[in-house]
Design a protein around this ligand. Structure first.
Ligand code: MGD
Ligand code: MGD
Ligand code: SF4
Ligand code: MO
Length: 679
């Protein structure tokens, strides 16, 4: 008889699906979505439906290894865990003695969303040794900062409430690819008559399925939001009662947006003035109206203030009053777990450093590894991330990783490019093999997962590794040797009302437990904003629009005429499935507009080179009008080692930061495209 075990998908996705793993004779034979999970509803995305292939892939890393060739070459020999742990403990100790503990840099992001394995014992370990602190900016900090500016907190409506909306705008949000469990709620709303509009520079599957798709120039969303507010105030479509009770700065905002006429905004955004007028009026006149904003809008130098401006819209129109109205960017702040208690920044005081360590921005890793001084980075420990593929300014990242004097440890499931540059590679468990607690950034259910499958070979969880290294370094502090359940107890012990009644026993019994939020959950129906006066902040300080410097309208003069975006691939999860050759069908492709292709003598299927001063990337052209003229899209992220010249799309992308939140600006890049000569 097959046994069914519960788990949770740990990939970096808002849906945080509940999983059912069918196990026969100790081996998983089927993976499916939990039909009882109110958001998962029994189905999974295409990539995780096939996750057992990844779980049992012959390419899984099974044993600790040490480097046996040049950095980057990928030659390794098997060693024991004893040797691996001793080497790491000795090198980290030596680096700290010689250069100071801040010469050690942790590097991690979203390979797993598990709180214990990616945001728990690792943090305690690095704080306790006094390592540099990593500012984890690569994905969402610009949007978080922009939301905070307007709302003062980051609450969002629940996905279930989208069914009540009568107008839904997916704004820089590729729902069908990156958040597919929202889709059934959108379908239900549309059946009841809702209109679905997509604002995106790329006609992806979501845009192609919409009632209306507005092609927007990358990085011009702030201008569009200001233009919409111009029309709304000009035509008296705002909600004066909501504004007077729950917002401050509305009068200044009204003055400020007078300059943002639809005609002016049309020039920046590439959306014609009449369409901007219609969009604004439809948005203000239709209730409930909801904006599904996603992180696509904030990966450009205007990204933080763009989100700040967009989050003003439902305040101005009072959309927050209605069930199914308002905004969803991330639901994560509703999970008021005791994260500080888990991470224990105070352990820095107990470290040899004795104070707070310096902060290194992960979006500028190339700079950190090649230019940072006092102290330079001399040791790096990478887990849940593949910076050689995902970080901007790839040439400098690879140059830094190739440094002979840099000691690099990589905890991985697969032999990524980053692992190729390691001195020591440690085999990691997958989410099906270890215990963890999961919040979600697209719904309101907290979940626990216990190991559903045995770890293959000698793979270990990150929690185990950081505890073991601490022991080898002679660090016996109890905080570094807690059990996983003790760490979960800490997380649940914040005392916040959203966690009322949620215990580890309940999580184990029910697998997913809804946060203690009212039904329906209307976060701002009666105000409730987090600013000092409890009101939404509409002051337009810092909101003036200028095109991104590195864009066709930008002031950074460039000989490169095309704007490059590299949004998420449908069948990928950042670089997580990059070992699969079949993924190249999506991630080795450059979508070009027919006019740009014709000018360059390029047809579908041609080998092309994309280049700028930073480097060159090889791809295959697809010409089909999925972008507007002047815009090229390359779905991300291909493993550099899968390409002929070991250069992924991030080769072309600068390490410039966003205006708020210090985020990466992946979707702000100028390039030229050429047909490869010899074909
Ligand atoms: N299938 C799949 N799912 C994923 C991921 C994946 O790699 N693949 N990655 C996960 C991660 S880490 C994240 S952060 C989320 C992200 O989820 P999303 O934010 O939905 O994904 P992105 O592709 O980054 O951006 C969304 C859309 O924004 C568009 N866009 C780019 N620039 C602009 C702009 O300036 N303005 C506007 N309006 N739109 C713009 C892109 O063309 C894209 O269609 O998805 C998660 N889910
Ligand atoms: N050009 C371009 N670049 C981008 C983006 C883009 O849209 N375009 N998106 C950016 C965004 S939004 C993000 S979030 C980043 C994502 O960047 P990352 O979070 O670094 O990338 P992933 O590829 O999701 O995962 C990294 C690795 O984690 C490993 N992993 C998974 N689980 C575990 C575990 O439990 N333990 C250990 N040790 N390892 C584990 C996986 O095997 C995988 O190789 O990429 C960014 N880079
Ligand atoms: S990647 Fe997202 S949609 Fe796919 S199974 Fe995981 S949580 Fe669900
Ligand atoms: Mo992300």
């Amino acid at each position: 008889m097959p046994e069914i075990r519960h788990s949770v998908c740990a990939l970096d996705c808002p849906d945080a699906c509940g999983l059912l793993v069918q196990v026969e004779d100790g081996r998983a034979t089927r993976l499916r979505g939990n039909p009882d999970h109110p958001i998962t509803r029994g189905f999974l995305c295409a990539k995780v439906t096939k996750y057992l292939d990844r779980e049992y892939s012959p390419d899984r890393l099974l044993y600790p290894m040490k480097r046996a060739g040049a950095k980057g070459e990928g030659k390794f020999t098997r060693i024991t865990w004893d040797e691996a742990l001793d080497t790491i403990a000795n090198r980290l100790r030596r680096v700290a003695q010689e250069w100071g503990p801040e010469a050690v840099l942790p590097y991690s992001y979203g390979g797993s969303m598990g709180l214990l394995n990616a945001n728990g014992m690792d943090r305690r370990f690095f704080h306790r040794i006094g390592a540099s602190r990593l500012d984890r900016t690569i994905c969402a900090t610009a949007g978080a900062a922009g939301t905070m500016k307007t709302q003062g907190n980051r609450y969002s409506i629940a996905p279930e409430d989208f069914v009540h909306a009568r107008l839904i705008i997916a704004w820089g949000a590729n729902v069908l690819a990156t958040n597919v469990h929202l889709w059934p709620f959108i379908v239900e709303a549309r059946r009841a008559g809702a209109k679905f509009i997509v604002i995106d520079p790329h006609r992806n599957r979501t845009a192609a399925s919409a009632d209306q798709h507005l092609f927007i120039n990358p990085g011009s969303d702030k201008a569009l939001a200001l233009g919409m507010m111009h029309v709304i105030f000009r035509d008296g479509l705002e909600d004066p009662d909501y504004l007077s009770r729950h917002a401050s700065g509305a009068a200044e905002l009204r003055e400020f947006v007078r300059d943002y006429t639809p005609e002016r905004v049309a020039e920046w955004t590439g959306i014609d003035a009449a369409a901007i007028e219609t969009l604004a009026r439809e948005y203000a006149d239709t209730q409930p109206a909801v904006i599904r904003l996603n992180y696509g809008v904030q990966r450009n130098p205007n990204g933080g203030t763009a989100v700040q401006a967009i989050t003003m819209l439902p305040v101005v129109t009072g959309a927050w009053r209605h069930q199914g109205g308002g905004m969803q960017l991330s639901t994560s702040q509703s999970f008021t777990l005791d994260r500080p208690g888990l991470e224990m920044a105070e352990l820095q005081k107990r470290s040899p450093l004795g104070r707070e360590a310096r902060i290194v921005n992960m979006s500028q890793l190339g700079h950190a590894l090649t230019e940072l001084d006092a102290p330079p980075v001399k040791a790096m420990v990478v887990y849940c991330s593949n910076p050689a593929a995902v970080a901007p300014d790839q040439p400098h990242v690879l140059k830094g990783l190739a440094r002979e004097d840099l000691f690099t440890v990589v905890l991985e499931q697969f032999q990524t490019d980053t692992a190729d540059f390691a001195d020591i590679v440690l085999p990691s468990t997958t989410f099906l093999e270890h215990t963890d607690l999961y919040f979600a950034y697209g719904h309101h259910y907290l979940q626990i997962a216990r190991p559903a499958l045995p770890a293959p070979g000698e793979a270990k969880s990150n929690v185990w590794v950081f505890q073991a290294v601490a022991k080898r370094m002679g660090i016996e502090d109890a905080e570094l040797h807690m059990t996983e359940d003790e760490m979960i107890q800490v997380l649940l012990g914040s005392g916040h009302q959203h966690l009322d009644g949620i215990t580890i026993e309940r999580l184990d019994a029910e697998h997913h437990v809804r946060l203690n939020l009212p039904v329906p959950y209307l976060p701002f129906v009666n105000g409730g904003f987090g600013g000092p006066d409890g009101k939404a902040q509409l002051s337009p300080d810092g909101l003036a629009y200028a095109p991104p410097p590195e864009s066709r309208l930008g002031d950074e003069k460039s000989v490169y005429p095309l704007e490059l975006i590299s949004p998420k691939a449908h069948d990928a999860m950042n670089s997580t499935f990059g070992y699969l050759p079949e993924l190249d069908a999506e991630t080795a492709v450059a979508w070009l507009h027919a006019s740009d292709a014709a000018e360059r003598g390029i047809s579908t299927g041609d080998a092309v080179r994309l280049f700028n001063d930073r480097g060159e990337v090889l791809a295959r052209a697809e010409v089909d009008g999925k972008t507007a003229p002047g815009v090229v899209a390359v779905p991300a992220v291909r493993w550099p080692r899968r390409s002929e010249n070991r250069a992924g799309v991030n080769t072309l992308i600068a390490d410039r930061l966003t205006d708020l939140g210090g985020g990466a600006t992946f979707y702000s890049c100028l390039i030229q495209v050429e047909r490869c000569a010899d074909q």
